[in-house]
Design a protein around this ligand. Structure first.
Ligand SMILES: Cc1ncc(CO)c(N)n1
Length: 238
């Protein structure tokens, strides 16, 4: 089992994603080895903090889906459209129902989510994605989205083979399983190939530096997002 996971993890080092990850290594490590991630793996994360994270992430997923629908609109052929439609389907039919289930298990109601203030971390990330995705072509757009697309998968896979992970009585195990589920991982595998294809089609080589800047900013916003559960109310706006 762990060989299959290691093979899958080696894909993260290849192609355009591999190059971006290497070229913003510090930021990437801060994101994927964040304090929140370590506490999740150990099962020591405060329940309250996780609940706040779930609420903010629910609100984030709404904006993320909006950006994916913009990608469908921006697609120039049916192959591109099909890829983004499958991503949308994965979000709406797999990740979101799981997310709603975790909220329900923790007694978080729909009304509570709708009444919640957005944290500055959420506003910054969502607004960055929503505004930047309006500019540029489909390659710019997928680069903006790719830390979000592949990051949780890498985190989930690494945790699943890390000896330090508490798998026996970890209250966050079912949430972690979402991101190692074969549906989620298959989508990521498809994404590596698709991003490389778009890279060739839309000339990633010629504008690599601009793309790297977009990727890196999304990675930093992902790191900041891990703090949403701790963001105090003074830092929240509605
Ligand atoms: C902020 C954030 N990034 C990535 C994912 C994975 O889809 C998520 N649910 N939330």
């Amino acid at each position: 089992m762990s060989d299959v996971i290691k093979d899958t993890l080696s894909l993260f080092d290849q192609g355009l994603i591999g190059r971006f990850r290497r070229d913003c290594q510090n930021d990437w490590l801060q994101f994927t080895q964040h304090r929140f991630v370590k506490e999740l793996a150990a099962g020591t994360l405060e329940q309250k903090e996780f609940q706040q994270f779930l609420i903010q992430d629910y609100l984030y997923l709404h904006d993320y889906c909006r950006v994916v629908s913009l990608a469908i609109y921006k697609s120039n052929d049916f192959t591109e459209m099909q890829y983004f439609a499958s991503l949308m389907q994965g979000l709406l039919n797999a990740e979101l129902p799981f997310h709603i289930k975790y909220c329900q298990e923790r007694g978080i109601t729909q009304g509570q989510i709708e009444k919640s203030s957005k944290t500055l971390e959420l506003v910054a990330y969502s607004q960055y994605l929503l505004s930047k995705s309006m500019q540029g072509d489909l390659l710019d757009l997928i680069v903006l989205l790719s830390p979000c697309l592949v990051g949780y998968g890498e985190i989930g896979l690494r945790m699943s083979i890390d000896k330090c992970t508490n798998i026996k009585n970890n209250p966050y195990q079912s949430w972690l399983n979402t991101y190692t589920d074969s549906l989620y991982i298959d989508l990521i595998k498809k994404s590596f190939y698709f991003i490389d294809e778009l890279g060739k089609k839309y000339g990633a080589e010629q504008r690599y530096q601009t793309l790297l800047e977009k990727f890196t900013m999304s990675v930093r916003l992902e790191s900041a997002f891990w703090n949403v559960g701790r963001a105090n109310l003074l830092g929240a706006i509605s």
